[in-house]
Design a protein around this ligand. Structure first.
Ligand SMILES: Cc1ncc(COP(=O)(O)O)c(C=O)c1O
Length: 451
């Protein structure tokens, strides 16, 4: 039986009515990728308020690697509901926080002693990683990358690259942040070797900031919002080596790429690196908000007693949900499943690429995969309007996808890893039909306007 069931046009009348209320009650700055209001969700399917069933290939922006309402997660939450809710770990500690920290310490790359701080959101994890790095090194500066996304708080927005809509009008930004190019092979201007990309860091030490002022380099091992860009295999090893030479810490922001998304617990493992600090969030909570900083014990212990914390950080429901999500990944073989999803996506996407020059690049690691769309394969002019039209076609035909990329021309897959074979094919069929409808639409003009 097909997973997708479109009963009304999408959006249906109930979603449209709610959208009118939303427009009056909620600021426009809070974007929505689809105009559909959710009523229920289970595994890889969302049912909207009009009774349409849509396949979810976005997973609430990569938060549902174990799927919606994953049974172990639901049981753990129910059990915790009968015990206690908020007591505040900083006032009265509880075991699930400790157990989740122990688990992340064991899973994170590196055979050294580790400690974990649990917080609420990805941005808060990045903020804390920077605080910890500064406390340890006693240096102020942070180096980040073009096309990076690290969050929307003042510090993390300052680390984020994309101007509109993330930064424009929100300055002034935090000082002592320096940005260098990321290893983006498809859009590289001067060679695509790991060495040529990694050279930009040494260059920055001469031209931009003295290495002895730098506390940390922060990088996403695979870019998330920036378009699922995958650097060459040796790139991060070279960066990390340069960092070590100058006693600079290397922070891997694994908020989107971690917790099985790429077929490993941490995407850093694909690059053979052991970051000093790692941030996680999103799929860590199995659908509840939680985030963490995991790192070398002596670095994590640099801030003084009372220097870290937050009222709701590591709330008990999220901690037990996190432990259950991790157990689900282990017991259901979701690391292997992520690899299989990535392989199947690549097979289908390479076929599409042979048919339509619109597909400039097909890339990814495991289940973190994407296509970058261009108007012309030679000039690589971003096909922003076409990308928007494809995402729209998809949701109108029962598949939720989201876009990415500094040039708004990437369709990314964040499909729950528990997706069935049939659902995966069904979703990929919708993407194929969307590509056909846009690519074969000769002479049409696609607006690049966001609204
Ligand atoms: C790599 C990365 N870092 C940080 C964040 C910020 O996380 P949050 O939205 O939970 O604050 C995100 C969110 O998309 C992300 O992808």
């Amino acid at each position: 039986m097909a997973a997708i069931k479109v009963r009304t046009e999408i959006p249906g009348p109930r979603s449209r009515a709610l959208m009118l209320r939303r427009e009056i009650a909620i600021p426009r700055g809070l974007y929505h990728a689809t105009p559909i209001f959710a009523a229920k969700a289970e595994a890889a399917v969302i049912e909207d308020v009009d009774g349409n069933r849509l396949l979810d290939f976005a997973g609430g922006i990569g938060c549902l690697n174990v799927g919606h309402r994953s049974p172990r997660v639901m049981d753990a939450i129910r059990e915790q509901l009968e015990k206690h809710l908020h007591v505040c770990f900083m006032v009265t500690p509880y075991e699930s926080y400790v157990a989740l920290a122990e688990k992340l310490n064991a899973l994170a790359p590196g055979r050294f002693a580790k400690k974990t701080l649990i917080v609420n959101t990805g941005a808060e994890a990045v903020e804390n990683a920077v605080k910890i790095a500064r406390a340890y090194t006693k240096r102020p500066a942070i180096i980040c990358f073009n096309d990076a996304f690290h969050g929307r708080t003042l510090l993390t927005m300052s680390l984020t690259s994309k101007t509109h809509p993330y930064k424009a009008g929100f300055g002034p930004f935090v000082s002592d942040i320096y940005r260098i190019p990321y290893a983006y092979p498809y859009r590289a201007e001067k060679g695509t070797t790991a060495e040529s990309f990694a050279h930009d860091l040494e260059d920055a030490f001469k031209r931009v900031v003295a290495p002895e002022s730098v506390a940390a380099v922060i990088a996403e091992p695979v870019l998330g919002e920036g378009g699922f860009v995958v650097p060459p295999r040796e790139y991060f090893g070279l960066l990390h080596e340069t960092c070590r030479k100058h006693r600079i810490l290397f922070i891997a922001d694994e908020i989107q790429s971690g917790i099985a998304r790429t077929g490993k617990w941490f995407a850093s493992e694909h690059f053979g690196i052991e970051p000093d600090l790692c941030t996680t969030a999103k799929s860590l909570g199995g659908g509840l908000p939680i985030a963490a900083v995991t790192g070398r014990a002596e670095i994590m212990d640099a801030p003084e007693v009372g220097g870290l914390g937050s009222t709701f950080a590591g709330n008990p429901l999220s901690c037990v949900a996190g432990l259950a999500a991790i157990e689900t990944i282990e017991k259901e073989g979701l690391l292997e499943r992520s690899v299989a999803i990535g392989e199947r996506f690549e097979e289908r996407a390479r076929e599409w690429q042979r048919k339509w020059p619109l597909l400039g690049d097909v890339r990814g690691v495991g289940g973190m995969c994407a296509i970058e769309l261009v108007r012309n394969p030679q000039t690589r002019e971003p096909a922003e309007g076409e990308t928007k039209a494809i995402a729209r076609y998809c949701y109108e035909h029962g598949l939720i996808t989201i876009t990415a990329g500094t040039f708004n021309n990437v369709i990314r897959l964040l499909v729950p890893l528990i997706v069935s074979e049939q659902e995966l094919e069904e979703g990929l069929d919708v993407i194929e039909a969307a590509l056909a409808s846009v690519a074969d639409h000769k002479g049409a003009t696609f607006s690049n306007a966001r609204h």
